[in-house]
Design a protein around this ligand. Structure first.
Ligand code: SF4
Length: 79
């Protein structure tokens, strides 16, 4: 089964909150006005957060990707 990865650049987040509005199960605004991607791990090399998801979740998260005004959320295939 195809696996996907959300790659989230928190440094570029402007706190618009679209991600949380569309997907409370994976996104939450923190007290610093940045979105947190629940369960994600920080990639020390890239400085971005990463979370593996399945195909069904990737379909849902495509909406989130499209709604982020600064484009700081990406989805990649991992195999
Ligand atoms: S939609 Fe983008 S800019 Fe807005 S809070 Fe989420 S990650 Fe940040």
């Amino acid at each position: 089964m195809t696996k996907y990865k959300i790659i989230y650049d928190q440094k570029s987040c402007i706190g618009a909150g679209e991600c949380e509005a569309l997907s409370k199960e994976l996104w939450k605004m923190n007290t610093k006005g940045k979105a947190e991607l629940k369960g994600a791990k920080l990639n020390e090399t890239t400085g971005k957060y990463e979370l593996e998801i399945d195909e069904a979740e990737a379909k849902k998260q495509n909406l989130v990707v499209g709604s982020c005004p600064v484009g700081c959320i990406k989805i990649e295939k991992t195999n």
